[in-house]
Design a protein around this ligand. Structure first.
Ligand code: PLP
Length: 412
């Protein structure tokens, strides 16, 4: 008899965005003429930049010749891309990484979900709350998260990030073996300062804990003193793995490419206290379960680091950040309590009149035909908040804001 992995059964069946789609569809069936604008889902909308397209065309042509054809590539990724990463993402910040510490991935979701295979099933994990659901769900699937009670997993330490604590998570007072951090944050759009991040690195070093640091949104940072990488903090090489993605940086959600940094100094302990370096373990894992990101995607990613590529990618980020600025200004003027949106493409808004996340979601959908994401979908501390994304076009974002303004004024 084949037995199922019953840990999967503990997961809630409802995936947040499927729930939202269901509610939006129900609305559309009843109001077929309504023109619904989504400021909800976290996908980009602007086309790939010319430098990336040229690189992909060139790579495709190359693959069509006997000399240029590429079969399986190195599991860790091509040297040309890993070198471009070292030279552009780390060296200018004074971070010296070795090329074997970079692992090209097919996007940060896979690796943030898979990385937990490196640690024993009985480690405790700590997450900021609200949070990107992949971190917890991937631990649930192998039984590490325990059981769920009142929306919280028994083996997960939740570190609430709310307006009350300025969205700065408190260092836990009990031992946590592995901590997931994501900055700039999805969903709150908030960032962490170097001095706050230093506290986490020091906690991890002192408690022999690991930090899994998701830097998927680092390209959106506008303030000079906000860290782009955890390795800007001394000692982080001994305690942190970092994830990057070209999805939000350069519109690669459909191309699939990113990278993971596993420093060679990073170790974890066996039960008997032997220190085991994680870099060779991750290499072994990748060689077994991953056959690399496509050559064409890696050439596309390399093009982001050319002078034209940099300029074009920045223009798209500026385009989205213009939306964020408009959204912040309008929502503030209307008297809403809003956060984030200055170094990230997300705006986190407290729902007015203490309405629940889902209640506000429905009010906004029915009243203004605008879709947001209920904050509670990202964790218990997200209740009473909603998320807006700046990934829309200027036109639709402006239209949505106009409707929001009219709707708000009608409700006063
Ligand atoms: C979008 C996102 C990612 C990136 O996912 P990809 O698999 O690279 O497309 C990673 N982490 C967070 C928090 C995200 O929001």
């Amino acid at each position: 008899m084949a037995l199922v992995n019953e840990h999967f059964l503990k997961l809630s069946n409802n995936y947040l965005f499927a729930d939202i789609a269901k509610k939006v569809n129900a609305f559309k069936v009843m109001h077929p003429k309504a023109n619904v604008i989504s400021l909800g889902i976290g996908d980009v909308t602007q086309p790939l930049c010319p430098a990336v397209i040229d690189a992909m065309h060139k790579a495709a042509d190359e693959m069509g010749t006997a000399e240029g054809f590429k079969g399986y590539g190195p599991e860790q990724g091509y040297v040309f891309l890993r070198e471009a990463i070292l030279k552009n993402d780390f060296l200018p910040r004074g971070i010296h990484l070795d090329i074997d510490e970079i692992f090209i991935n097919d996007g940060a979701k896979s690796d943030t979900g898979n990385i937990q295979e490196l640690i024993r099933w009985d480690n405790s994990i700590g997450v900021t709350d609200p949070i990107y659901p992949v971190y917890i769900d991937s631990n649930v699937m192998i039984g590490r998260a325990g059981t769920i009670e009142d929306g919280k997993w028994s083996n997960v330490v939740y570190m609430p990030c709310t307006a009350e604590n300025g969205f700065v998570p408190k260092i836990p007072d009990r031992r946590v073996d592995v901590i997931y951090l994501c900055y700039p944050n999805n969903p709150t759009g908030m960032v962490i300062t170097k001095s706050e991040l230093r506290k986490w690195v020091n906690y991890a070093l002192k408690n022999d804990a690991l930090i899994f640091y998701d830097a998927a949104y680092q390209a959106y940072i506008q303030d000079d003193d906000i860290p782009h990488s955890i390795y800007e903090i001394r000692g982080a090489r001994h305690c942190a793995i970092e994830f990057h993605s070209y999805s939000k940086t350069a519109g690669f959600t459909g191309i699939r490419c990113g990278y993971t940094v596993v420093p060679k100094e990073l170790t974890a302990s066996t039960l008997t206290g032997e220190r085991i370096p994680l870099n060779p373990l991750w290499y072994r894992r990748q060689c077994t379960k991953f056959n690399g990101t496509s050559y064409i995607s890696q050439r596309a990613a390399e093009a982001i680091y050319t002078p034209e590529g940099k300029k074009q990618v920045k223009a798209t980020i500026d385009y989205y950040m213009h939306n964020a600025k408009q959204m912040l200004a309008t929502l503030r003027r209307l008297g809403y309590e809003v956060y984030g949106g200055e170094n990230a493409p997300y705006i986190w808004m407290r729902t007015p009149d203490s309405s629940s996340s889902w209640q506000f979601f429905e009010n906004l959908l029915y009243g203004a035909n605008v879709v947001c994401t209920p904050g509670v979908g990202f964790g218990p501390a997200g209740e009473g908040y909603v998320r807006f994304t700046a990934f829309g076009s200027h036109e639709l974002t402006e239209e949505a804001l106009m409707r929001l303004e009219k709707w708000t004024n009608n409700n006063l």
